[in-house]
Structure formats: structure tokens, C-alpha cells
Design a protein around this ligand. Structure first.
Ligand code: ZN
Length: 358
């Protein structure tokens, strides 16, 4: 739990949210605007007469006349980036930075942008946009870590098998009476989840954990910081019942602790979103989670949502985990079996499910 003083005195609702409505444009209009745009005119002309120099840069004209830029992404897939005419650039920049994009830093804003859009000098424009964002300036700079270069899809042992659970607060009481939020983060994929709660009594914690498990399945191991008051006998009993092993993370370095980083980032996003939406941080927590799930995490090189999909996991319920404990590899699809074998290096992994029978 973090108790450091932070400015959560949100200002009243502000009207400026031009970036929040999605950019409304159809193909026909985009085609016309690409041709009319003063900054693209020359390029459109060169590409349409198949200038080899522009071709090498990846510019291409689709059969319908739309100008795109071909680029290979980190998964080796060919992407066709839309070339945005000047008129829509402000909207696109806002789309990649504001609202559910969470007002994250330059790198993450560029990541959100780079998959779909392009225009000459776009990265310089984005840098400028983030640096001069009024809301970002008001809540302070993002602490962005340098991204680890990632060329291959990382091996994720088993998504959501080991999670860190923590509580964050107290924050200002929301209209619904919430003062804290219980957080969970998958340590492999960095997939975050959070549940606002009134207090951190065992009943509230158990309720929050149940909500998280219902969405993501039962983890094998929960890591909790030592001395946390919210882990009581009730909570321990609850976790034991579902065969979840609890470990304490007293030797964790706070600086490198992804959950501490996550808390800091969530609190920052909440502050920015509350500048946009008023003082109800409970409402702002879902857009905050959304942006964290969909932007690239610097330690993996992928977004948690991407890793989640890539590993195509199913939600593990008690029936499946119990069955697997008895005959671990029978009746599983080849895909599941290989994943199970991969993770079975953890000896205790399956034994613990037997506790469900007790
Ligand atoms: Zn911002």
C-alpha cells in the first residue's frame, strides 16, 4: 500500500475533450483529403507515377488510390499504415495520447500510433504534442523506462499463473464510497487488473480477489508484500481453499518492482483522467486499465493484451485445475499439453490443486 502524499485534488470537469471522439472519416473523404493536403500533394504525385525512391521508403498506392506506407512490424507482419492528411492529424495525435490512451509518455504514445498511422515527420509531431500536453504538464512527467529491444516473442511460461496483489490508497472517497483499489498484475505478461474497494478489510479483499479471479482464472501463486495488513486469516483461508499458494515478496527491490511502477502509472493516469472527467477516480480506473493493457510494456516489448492473446490461454476454473492435478496431461489438447509440460518444472504446481478435495 502506498501512503505517500499526492495531489488528488482534482479540478472540476473540463470541457476540452476534442481528442476523445473517434476520428470520423470514410475512405472516399480520406482519398480526397490525401490529394488535397498541401503536405502530401507532392508525395501522392510521386507515388502515383511509381517513383522508385518513394517505393523504397515503403509508400504505395492501393488499387482504390489510397496512399499507404508498408512497414514490417516486430512480429514480422506487413502492415499498411494509413497516411493521414494534415486536417486530421490533431485528432489522431489526441486519439493516441488522450482518453483511453491514458496520457502516457512519448514512447508509448508513439507505440500506439505506429501500428496504424503515418505521415512525414509524424514522430517529431507526436513528441511535440506530448511535451506540450497541458494535462500532462499539470500532473507531472511520466517516468518512462527505456524499452528493451525485443526481436522475438518472449516465452511466457503461463500467463496469470503468478500474480502480484497489492492495495493502493487511501485516495479521496469517491461518490460510491471507494477509498482504495486492490490491484493484481500477472508477472509474466504484466497484464493489470484493479478493483475499487471501500476499505481493506478481509471481506473487501476477498470480494475484490474473487472479481479478479472470475475474469482471469485462478493463479497458481500470489505474491504479496510482507506485512500487508489486508492479508488476514480470512484471506489466507480463501486462497487456500482454491489452492492458491501465497508467497511474500520482502526481498523485492522497489525500483524494479513492476507492481510499484504499475501503481505509480495508474495513479498518474487517474489524475490526468480526472482532470478530464471530474473527481470520480473510480470511473477513470477502467480507461486507465485499458490503456495499460493495450500499450507496449517496456520489459516485454509487447502489450499485455497482445501476450494474453498470443498465449491463447483459457480461464482456469477449479474443475479443470483439479482434474489436471489428478492426471496432468490426459485429455488435453496438444497445445495445452506442451504448455503444461513447459510449466511443470514448477514441482508444486499441480500438487496444490488436491487441496480442493480437502
Ligand atoms: Zn497528456
Amino acid at each position: 500500500m502506498e501512503t505517500e502524499d499526492e495531489d488528488f485534488s482534482f479540478s472540476a470537469k473540463e470541457t476540452d475533450s476534442n481528442g476523445l471522439s473517434l476520428v470520423k472519416i470514410d475512405t472516399k473523404t480520406l482519398l480526397r483529403k490525401q490529394k488535397e493536403c498541401a503536405t502530401l500533394k507532392d508525395l501522392v504525385e510521386k507515388v502515383s507515377r511509381k517513383d522508385p525512391k518513394e517505393f523504397l521508403k515503403g509508400y504505395k498506392m492501393l488499387p482504390n488510390g489510397l496512399l499507404v506506407k508498408q512497414q514490417t512490424d516486430k512480429l514480422g507482419e506487413q502492415r499498411q499504415l494509413l497516411i493521414i492528411p494534415e486536417e486530421y492529424r490533431e485528432n489522431i495525435k489526441a486519439l493516441c495520447h488522450e482518453g483511453t490512451s491514458g496520457h502516457l509518455g512519448v514512447t508509448k504514445t508513439k507505440d500506439a500510433f505506429a501500428k496504424y498511422f503515418y505521415w512525414p515527420q509524424c514522430y517529431k509531431d507526436l513528441e511535440e504534442y506530448v511535451k506540450t500536453c497541458d494535462k500532462c504538464q499539470r500532473v507531472g512527467k511520466v517516468n518512462e523506462k527505456k524499452k528493451a529491444p525485443m526481436k522475438l516473442v518472449p516465452i511466457i511460461p503461463e500467463v496469470f499463473s503468478k500474480i502480484n496483489v497489492d492495495a493502493c490508497g487511501p485516495l479521496p472517497t469517491t461518490p460510491k464510497g471507494k477509498k482504495y483499489f486492490i490491484t493484481a498484475m500477472c508477472l509474466a505478461s504484466k497484464y493489470p487488473d484493479a478493483v475499487p474497494v471501500e476499505d481493506i478489510t478481509s471481506a473487501s479483499v476477498v470480494d475484490a480477489l474473487m472479481q479478479i479471479f472470475s475474469r482471469l482464472g485462478f493463479p497458481k501463486i500470489i505474491q504479496i508484500d510482507q506485512g500487508r495488513s489486508f492479508i488476514s486469516e480470512l484471506t489466507q483461508g480463501f486462497l487456500q481453499k482454491f489452492g492458491v499458494k501465497v508467497i511474500h515478496s520482502s526481498i523485492y527491490h522497489p525500483q524494479s518492482n513492476p507492481v510499484e511502477m504499475f501503481h505509480r502509472t495508474v495513479r498518474r493516469i487517474l489524475r490526468v483522467l480526472c482532470l478530464e472527467a471530474g473527481s470520480d477516480w473510480e470511473q477513470a480506473i477502467y480507461p486507465a486499465l485499458f490503456s495499460l493493457r493495450t500499450v507496449v510494456h517496456e520489459s516485454t516489448g509487447f502489450s499485455p493484451a497482445e501476450l494474453f492473446t498470443m498465449t491463447s490461454r483459457t480461464v482456469y476454473g477449479t474443475t479443470k485445475t483439479t482434474r489436471n492435478a489428478v492426471t496432468p496431461y490426459a485429455n488435453m489438447s496438444p497445445h495445452e499439453t506442451s504448455r503444461q509440460i513447459e510449466s511443470s518444472a514448477n514441482v508444486e504446481a499441480d500438487e496444490r490443486y488436491l487441496s480442493v478435495f480437502k
